[in-house]
Write a protein that binds this ligand. Structure first.
Ligand SMILES: [Zn+2]
Length: 462
């Protein structure tokens, strides 16, 4: 890909300056580090962690004692054993500790600080303080995502996932109208490197038929949306036998992507889904592999642990809770932060990258049915292919009490006899004979403030 030169008279090689040069310098390092053997990456991560911990010991009130108690001494090489002794930090901890997690001093080279509020996946809002350097590293991984997955920067892009709060009131009003908002380029940081195509922003709250009309008008190369919105587009196209020009890729985030949805996207939009895993608190966590559906941890900026019930690292094929340490947040260090998700560890990826690989993010640590005897069982609806039942638009499993389970459905029309039989079979399987079950049709399912749709809701305390 040819980059945009800062000097118009020079077409090639592109002269990059300022932020573009800074981001490309990081990219050059990532080009190598992505292929390092895992042991080398781990060693570099621990070197960086050591510096972060030295900073914590000296300037973060909450950590000063805590590190000493687990035997972590400033200036000494950090060991795996000492690291594992450090207690897990939960969302509730972060919420309760607040400024005790703030560093009293942040090195000036990290730039000014700001606070990011994140709803997160568990519904407990947290506020995390970051520096300008966190923004640079965020953009560097964003650029890596562009380079891994977007081969046509001159293509148009449509964003169908909520109206960003960075827009002016006039732009936001346009984005919420049936005409949508069309901006001249994709925005920062992509426009530093390429003369990109246009960016269309459209509200997913408008009727699906209008969303599709906008896509047909723009004919984008790329679509950014949430899996649940994509499912509605696919269902509408199938119902109406509608046609749409193929896209190059659909980018998703924030919700689980099932194999079924990947297959449907390929069949209906003629392109793959490219997923990623990010959070407001920690930044980028993982990007989809350029050659498979694995998610590669962005180990240059974040240390990810997937832990079993005993706190030991999960092996490939095992599912565990995700514990994250952003390696460069010196304003509010989060050490071993339990984000509230569970993921399945992948086998080493066939692409040859040494970057840790996750097979998938399975869901939230709260997505468990509590059985009448107090045991917990994962409530995983993603496997049951409910979306392949033509009448079904959206669904959610609700545990009302220790004995009651309800499957809520949003339907395009009443279920046929066959469809009802399939739904009954799913409910029977999920319930395992342990619950009274019911199927409810509802006009709509509520979403989180950020527009995410949850497949499971429990009214039982966990
Ligand atoms: Zn890979």
């Amino acid at each position: 890909m040819v980059f945009r030169s800062a000097i118009p008279a020079i077409a090639y090689p592109a002269i990059l300056s300022g932020r573009a040069a800074e981001l490309m310098a990081l990219q050059r390092q990532y080009d190598h580090s992505q292929f390092w053997p895992p042991e080398r990456m781990r060693s570099v991560q621990f070197e960086q962690l050591g510096r972060l911990l030295d900073h914590c010991a000296g300037t973060v009130p909450y950590y000063t004692d805590r590190l000493r108690r687990v035997g972590i001494t400033p200036g000494k090489r950090l060991t795996e054993a000492a690291w594992r002794r450090l207690p897990i930090l939960t969302r509730a901890d972060v919420q309760a500790l607040g400024e005790q997690l703030h560093a009293r001093i942040v090195p000036p080279a990290f730039g000014p600080t700001s606070v990011v509020a994140s709803g997160g996946s568990s519904g407990i809002p947290v506020r995390v303080r970051k520096t300008a350097l966190d923004g640079v590293l965020w953009e560097s991984i964003n650029l890596r995502e562009e380079l891994w997955h977007r081969d046509r920067p001159d293509g148009d892009m449509v964003r169908l996932r909520g109206v960003p709060d960075t827009l002016t009131p006039e732009q936001a009003a346009a984005a919420r109208s049936k005409h949508g908002l069309i901006l001249p380029d994709w925005g920062h940081p992509a426009n530093l490197f390429w003369k990109t195509g246009r960016l269309g922003i459209f509200s997913p709250k408008l009727p699906v038929a209008q969303q599709l009309a906008f896509l047909r008008t723009m004919r984008p190369a790329y679509l950014h949306t949430f899996p649940s919105y994509l499912r509605l587009l696919i269902a509408h196209l199938r119902d109406t036998r509608g046609k749409i020009d193929p896209l190059r890729a659909v980018f998703t985030a924030s919700e689980q992507v099932s194999d079924e949805l990947r297959e449907d996207c390929l069949a209906v939009f003629g392109c793959p889904i490219i997923d990623n895993y990010t959070s407001g608190e920690t930044g980028y966590i993982a990007l989809q592999c350029p050659q498979s559906t694995n998610l590669h941890v962005q180990s240059e900026v974040v240390l990810v642990e997937v832990l079993d019930v005993d706190g030991a690292p999960c092996k490939p094929g095992q599912i565990g809770r995700v514990v994250i340490t952003p390696l460069h947040n010196f304003a509010m260090p989060l050490l071993r932060y339990e984000i509230g998700d569970e993921a399945e560890v992948a086998e080493p990826c066939a692409c040859g990258r040494g970057l840790q690989a996750l097979r998938r993010v399975v869901g939230r640590t709260q997505d468990y049915l509590v059985l009448p005897d107090g045991q917990r069982r994962r409530a995983d609806l993603a496997h049951y292919r409910l979306s392949s039942i033509p009448a079904i638009r959206e669904f959610r499993l609700v545990q009302r009490s220790l004995t009651q389970l309800v499957l809520q459905l949003v339907v395009a029309r009443p279920l046929t006899g066959d469809e009802r039989t399939r739904v009954d079979a799913v409910v029977r399987h999920v319930s395992g004979g342990l619950f009274e079950t019911a199927i409810e049709t509802v006009p709509a399912l509520d979403r989180t403030k950020a527009g995410k749709l949850r497949m499971f809701h429990s009214e039982v305390s966990q």
